[in-house]
Design a protein. Sequence first.
Length: 245
Amino acid sequence: MAIEAQFLTLIKQAIDLRRKEKQGTLKALCLAYPDLLVTQSRLEALFTAAVVATLPLRDDADKIWAWHGLKGATTPLYDTLPLFKALDIDAEVIDIIAARGMERIVDLNMPMPSDLEAQFDLVIDTGTCEHCFNVAQAFLNSCAAVTEGGFLVHAAPLTRVNHGFWNFSPTVYPDFLHDNGFKILYMQGMSCDLRNGFKAFDVEAHRRFNAPANAAIFVVAKRIEVRPFTFPVQYKYRDSKAATV
């Protein structure tokens, strides 16, 4: 998984919003270890040069760039967890395998371990749920980990064939999140190109539309209320008016 500059900007916005309501150390949960594919200048613009100066550089940057399809890139890379630590965020990483050796092994196809439920100010999914065959459970788990007043910062493929098991339609988010105590603060389509940059485009929440190739959807949602989860009826089938969409 990876955090690029556009997604990191959303994380920063969620952090700032949470700190308006909660002081002290924040808790974050990352669904798989997110490589920080962000240049020094962009990091400094978001978090100041003083913060970035404290961060270690990764010694495997060439390997990480190649893993993300940019073999030959020479830009230095910083590490994600030291950045969170510098921002007074205690971050935990879960994954199906110990890819980095420090992950807690959790299978998101199954119900979330109870000690992770409603515990985190930030739940960061840079693109994990689509790789879980039991995708509804995986997405529910990501939402279940958010504490009341906390934020889900989430990305999923919109038109990325064979990237994972699933692509997400935008209707997933209002249909599920609004029914389960969340408020959507941001939902945007992104045309994804790590080499040439990401480009935002508007998405329809319910109506059909055409999206560019290799597109993803970025979402930030705040958990307003912790309550038992329910699975939604799709918006278009909720009443006779919606059924015409």
